[in-house]
Each structure stands twice: as C-alpha cells, then as structure tokens.
Design a protein around this ligand. Structure first.
Ligand code: XMP
Length: 518
C-alpha cells in the first residue's frame, strides 16, 4: 500500500481517498509509527499529511526519522513537508507571514517529475504559519509563492518530494496531478486498484473467518448494511440471515425495495419484523425531539434483539449451532476516527443481545472497514444491487419520526411520506441527485396556516423543503435549487397531499441550523 501518515487533522482521510482515486490502495497510519513498523508494511510510497501544529511547538507530532532511511518514495504535504525539511537538514522558519486560502504559485521551469505538465502559474490552497526557509541539501526548489520562497521541493534521485500547499483539496487546481505524478511517475506505482478488487479478496476473508458458522445482519435499508450483507452472502450464502425492522418511520417504497428488489438482486434470506404498531404506541403523545429519538433508539434495539434471540433459539433447535457472527457495515472513517484498530472486535453478548446466555458472544464481521462511502457504492453496483439502494442519500436512523415537528401519528406519517416521495421524485427527474447531499422534507404538524384551495378556506400544515449541499454533513449549505423545480414540487405537494396548503424552503446553512429539524 501507500501509507498516509496522519499528523492529526482531517487531511489524512482526504489524501487517502485521493490516492485511491488515482488507482492506488492507501492506508492511514498514525505519525507515531516506527520505521520498523513501516518496513513491515512494505509500502510502495509514503505521503506525510498536513496537520494543525507548528513544528516548533512543544509536543508537536514528530516522525521516526528512520523512516526516511528506508528510501521509500515520499511526498510531504504542508506540515508533513516541514517535518521532512527539518528531518533531512533543511530549515523551517516562522517568518511572521501567513498564507491562508487560495494563493497564486509560480512553478520553476525545471519543475521536475512532480509538477511536470502543469502550467507555470496556478492557484493552490494553503494554510500555514511556518515556512520552509531552506531546502535540504540535494533538493531543488520546485515552486514559490509571494510569501513562501520554498513552496515545493524535490530530490529526484531519492524520490523525495514536498509541497507546502494542499494538493488533496479541490481548490488546488492541479492538486490531483501532483498526487498522480508522485504516485505513477516518481514512485512508479501502477494505477491498478479499484474497489471492485476488494470483492474477491473480502469473499475469501469472510469465508476464512466464518467457516461453517452462522451469521446475522441487521439491514437498515441504507447503503452500508446492504453492501456488507451482499458481500457476506456472496461468501457464505444461506449461512447468513438478514433482519429488517419496519418501524413505520420509513419512506415510501423502502420496505418493498428491500424485501423485493434487494432480495431479488442478492438472494439473501430476509426476515422482516413488522414493528409499526409497537413504535407508534411507544411514540404516542410525545413531541420532544430528544425524547422521540431515545424512544425510537430503544424500541429499535429491543426489536432487533428479540429477532436475534428468536433466530438463535430456532437455529439451536434445528442443528444445535448458535449464530456466532454479526455483520456490521462499519466504514473506514469510523475506524480511523475511533482510533483505528485492526482485526475484529469481540463484543460481549449482554451489551448487545438481551436475554441470551451471558457467555455467548458475537464475533463481528466488518467487510467494509477499509473502505470509503463512494467505494462502498461502487462495490454495491458491481454486486448488482439496485440503484435505489446503492445511490440512496443519507437518511437518519429515527427516520420520518424526527421529520414531524410535533407528535408522530399514523396519519401524519402517511402525509409526510407522500410529500417526501413527491420531492424525491421531482429532484431525481430534474437530475439534481448529485447536486444535493440530501433533502429532508419536514412536516410542521404543530403549525397551521390559512389557505384557499378550490373554492374554500383551508387551515392546513406547512411542509418544509431542506435541500442541502455538503461534503460530510458536519457543515452544510442550502442548495440553490432551480425555481421551476421548486415550483413543481410545491404545486404537486399542495395539490396531491391532503392537509398541506403551504410549502416553504429552508435557507439556513449548517451551522447555525442542523440538517434535520429535530
Ligand atoms: P444533523 O441534523 O445533525 O445531521 O445536521 C447530520 C447528518 O446525520 C444524519 N442524522 C442521523 N443519522 N441517525 C443517523 O443514522 C440519527 O439519529 C441521525 N440524526 C441525523 C442527518 O440526516 C444528516 O445526514
């Protein structure tokens, strides 16, 4: 693999994704990794990421300099560039000059392999206080900006390079070229990795892990669990049983898509638990958002555990073999963000499965734990999963329950489901799915306003459209949808959904608003 050394910011994940987009498998490792540990991984290249620190700070993240002695082609970025400069005998200075955001860079004519084929003047994205004042011996300065004389350097012989700017960020116009030049031309790594390669490898691994054991998977209707289950099914067939809880807070057609389309595409054994009444009863009379969330979470766990217990009892009756494995759709960002262990975790049954013997443990099967979301989608497509599932936008676990501001009732759910289906249909029809991250449709059940429909006065509820654009849902902006699409959605909802006489658009970014209303 290419190792991406993490110096403690969000950058490492983005770099790892960009490297994979270049067709090269990448792994994120902590900066505390030793040279011996690096050598063991046998990397074909190393990228040192940016980070929030100054190399001068007390306790600034350091690197085992022995890593440079391994003579693996290395690219340092931002903080990683400065760490590299210092380790190899160059100088880093705090000049008092800072550069944040987009800057114009001039590339030297003898730009070398790293910047080959790029325009001499280009826009790059930077964020730094310290600067490399002097390149190490044997290195050529490859680029400069107004306040940073050494903005990039390289040593062609050792295949060591560094850039002060962030090539992984889209604002750097030729960023991906920098990465690809480093990977393919300088380090000579072919572009031959794609998410599809993962399938065969994972199938082997899952078989080795599960053997003849039995495995269970909770399907949420979302992309991750659907792809994880499909992979496990490909590996061990009917040793897998999937459980889908219908809590009545799903969107139109979601249950059918799972029960029919997904099953047809994969052939998995699926058990649907119809818990609609249970959830409605538990939510009766509740309007407070946090209380709703807690109730939905609790009921969900209860239902899933009950289904697990039933299945286990059944399999013990059949042939005495308990279900020993649990599939989870854990993704790489979850792994990295929670400290990045490797291998499978054993979870104690009583944390997860009520009413089972205390000594029973599930071993987790997590076939997606090295993958990013877009890669999971690509694998899902390769496995032939229906586009309605693979292309699905994020949808919160508590579902429509937290998109009704006010008490959740069966009638209100029906009404919201219709409005949501119309909005989704029109957005897809207008080809806007790739422009929006998601578009919650919210029913203000506690608000009414006066309208006129047909010949009469109405006193109905507003529906809120909340289209947002985002990279990761941590921050978001409201999407500027074309007026005619908004008009069409509004017309259709007020005409087709009884009880709604007004459609409004939420024009709040996040922060200060969250994406969901509750
Ligand atoms: P907020 O509303 O916090 O949402 O801006 C950020 C993203 O998370 C989704 N979301 C959830 N997803 N369970 C989930 O699985 C939840 O309880 C939940 N609440 C919010 C939301 O749709 C958005 O993508």
């Amino acid at each position: 693999p290419v190792l991406v050394v993490d110096f403690g910011a969000q950058y490492a994940q983005l770099i790892a994704r960009r490297v994979r987009e270049a067709g090269v498998y990448s792994e994120i490792v902590p900066h505390s990794i030793t040279a011996a540990e690096v050598a063991e991984k046998n990397p074909v290249g190393i990228v040192l990421s940016g980070g929030p620190s100054s190399v001068y700070e007390e306790g600034a993240p350091a690197l085992d300099n022995g890593i440079f002695d391994l003579e693996v082609p290395t690219l340092g970025i931002c903080y990683g560039f400065q760490v590299m400069a210092r380790a190899l005998g160059g100088e880093v200075a705090n000049t008092g000059l800072r550069e944040y955001g987009s800057t114009d860079a001039s590339l030297s004519v003898e730009g070398g392999v790293l910047l080959d084929g790029q325009p001499a003047d280009q826009t790059v994205w930077m964020s730094h206080g310290d600067s490399v004042a002097k390149a190490p011996e044997g290195f050529t300065v490859l680029a400069s900006t107004a306040s940073t004389p050494v903005a990039a350097f390289g040593n062609e012989e050792r295949k060591f390079y560094g850039v002060q700017w962030h090539p992984e960020v889209k604002h750097s116009a030729y960023g991906q070229n920098v990465l690809e030049n480093f990977l393919h031309r300088a380090a000579g790594i072919p572009s031959d990795w794609n998410p599809g390669n993962v399938i065969a490898e994972q199938v082997e691994r899952i078989r080795a892990q599960i053997g003849s054991g039995k495995v269970i998977c909770g399907l949420s209707g979302g992309v991750d669990s659907a792809v994880a289950a499909a992979l496990v099914h490909k590996a061990v067939g009917d040793q897998l049983v999937c459980v889908f809880v219908d809590h009545g807070l799903l969107r139109q057609d979601e249950r059918r898509q799972v029960e029919e389309d997904y099953v047809a595409a994969t052939g998995v054994r699926l058990i649907t638990v119809d818990a609609r009444e249970q959830f409605l009863n538990a939510l009766a009379g509740v309007s407070d958002p946090e209380t709703k969330r807690k109730i939905i979470g609790r009921e969900f766990i209860r239902t899933f555990e009950k289904a697990q217990a039933d299945l286990i009892a059944e399999s013990l009756e059949d042939d005495g073999d308990p279900i020993a494995f649990l599939v989870q759709g854990t993704l790489y960002p979850d792994v990295v963000e929670s400290g990045g262990g490797t291998g499978t975790a054993n979870i104690k049954s009583h944390h997860n499965v009520g009413g089972l013997p205390d000594d029973l443990t599930f071993e987790l099967v997590e076939p997606l734990r090295t993958l990013f979301k877009d890669e999971v989608r690509a694998i899902g497509r390769e496995l032939g999963l229906p586009e309605v599932i693979v292309g699905r936008q994020p949808f919160p676990g508590p579902g429509l329950g937290i998109r009704i501001v006010g008490e959740v009732t069966a009638e209100r759910l029906d009404l919201l489901r219709k409005a949501d289906a119309i909005a989704r249909f029109e957005l897809t029809a207008a080809g806007l799915d790739n422009e929006i991250w998601q578009c919650p449709v919210v029913l203000l059940a506690d608000v009414r306003s006066v309208g006129v429909q047909g010949d009469g006065r109405t006193y109905g509820h507003p529906i809120v459209l909340r289209p947002v654009s985002s990279e990761d849902a941590m921050t978001a902006d409201w999407t500027r949808l074309p007026y005619d699409v908004l008009a069409k959605i509004s017309n259709r909802i007020t005409n087709e959904v009884d009880g709604v006489n007004r459609v409004v658009l939420d024009v709040t970014s996040k922060p200060p608003g969250t994406i969901e209303w509750e």
